[in-house]
Design a protein around this ligand. Structure first.
Ligand code: SF4
Length: 376
């Protein structure tokens, strides 16, 4: 099979070109054609030497992901579903905002972490995406949107990428790293390190690796103020408990392009949304990790058995954090009319019965500890 040029960061492409007897500046030209201009036809890469075009044809290609569907929400959010083979599909979501465009990118087909509140986690794990499959989501979205919005040359449609789609990116580190480098490369997408965010459920050793290899903004899925509840919601916590995770966050900040960690916190009715739990959170992080909180309204799906926290409860929770001096935002729900919550569409096209069975068996042993609460 032909080599997929989307699999390479610039150094990788230079090594590939070197093997073809071509100099590094040719790799730079090729990289710019592919990522900056969105070109996949070597014959149209007009300033590329004819000899190189001839060498590339037949041995290399720019392999896009087959598009299964596109859903456009009334609020402008766009969700693309891509076929990654063997009955698997992954999603990328574009979220337009006044000042910027954000793309949420997937790193795995399914996910092995199995967070209790996550639709992707309920589907089980199929496989890691390749670098080319991760980059292909951005390549497709950026150039489709540029054409659709008729942007002038050099104008970007996407200036913010969050690795928050399907999968745990730090469990697919080997593919993630060249993808991040391509996003950041000035000859690629030229994104700022502050505008590329890796979101993790807390793979502590790989947080340390990312700090050394390619520090970008970091978001951590926290979801609970103590180990007992987090063990139940995010099973990875049993391997890397809160104290270890927070220490890794502090170490990460030594190299991070931002001076805070974003903690994601999915608000689950009667599970983790009590004011007392907000106070516990304050005690956990204040004076330890400079951070912001992003409270996420849960997107219910039937298999979860969980409910979205009422709005007033979320506001009360946010007030406790804000009163303690912690910057706290409440994520706007976007794309509700197109099931934009991670994993919801992909789950519908997958036949993952056995994975689901295994997961259901595993989950049965994970009790959710709900807190006694005053009646509301
Ligand atoms: S929240 Fe993230 S890490 Fe947890 S199961 Fe879903 S995709 Fe995986």
């Amino acid at each position: 099979m032909a080599v997929n040029l989307l699999d390479f960061d610039l150094d990788g492409l230079a090594a590939f070109c070197d093997a073809l007897g071509e100099k590094r500046f040719r790799a730079v030209q090729l990289f710019r054609w592919v990522h900056q201009k969105g070109e996949s036809d070597f014959e149209r890469m007009s300033d590329l030497a004819k000899s190189l075009r001839a060498k590339l044809s037949g041995v290399a290609e720019v392999r896009a992901l087959p598009l299964l569907s596109e859903h456009v929400s009334a609020d402008g959010t766009i969700k693309w579903l891509f076929d990654v083979g063997a009955g698997n599909a992954v999603e990328a979501v574009f979220i337009p905002e006044a000042e910027r465009g954000t793309l949420c990118v997937s790193s795995q087909a399914g996910c092995a972490v199995g967070c209790r509140f996550c639709s992707t986690g309920h589907q089980g794990f199929s496989r890691n995406l390749t670098t080319g499959e991760i980059v292909a989501q951005l390549w497709f979205a950026e150039h489709r949107l540029r054409r659709r919005l008729a942007l002038a040359g050099g104008e970007r449609a996407i200036d913010n990428v969050v690795m928050m789609g399907m999968g745990e990116p730090l469990q697919n580190y080997a593919a993630l790293l060249p993808a991040l480098r391509t996003m950041l490369d000035d000859h690629g997408y030229g994104l700022s390190r502050r505008r590329v965010t890796v979101s993790t459920s807390g793979v502590v050793p790989m947080i340390d690796r990312l700090r050394e290899d390619c520090p970008v903004a970091l978001a951590v899925s926290l979801h609970a103020p103590d180990d007992a509840l987090r063990d139940a919601l995010v099973p990875l916590n049993r391997k890397y408990p809160l104290a270890e995770l927070l220490d890794a966050c502090v170490r990460y900040l030594e190299r991070s392009p931002r001076d805070f960690i974003t903690f994601e916190y999915c608000m689950l009715d009667g599970v983790n949304d009590a004011p007392a739990q907000a106070q516990e959170l304050v005690r956990l992080v204040r004076a330890r990790v400079p951070c912001k909180f992003n409270l996420i309204p849960f997107n219910p799906f039937p298999a979860s058995g969980l409910l979205r926290s009422p709005r007033e409860r979320v506001l009360a929770f946010a007030r406790v954090l804000q009163d303690a001096g912690i910057v706290t935002t409440i994520r706007k729900t976007r794309g509700d009319d197109i099931d934009a919550a991670c994993g919801q569409l992909a789950g519908e096209v997958q036949d993952r019965t056995r994975a689901r069975e295994r997961l259901v068996g595993r989950r049965a042993s994970i009790p959710i500890v709900t807190r006694p609460e005053a009646p509301r």
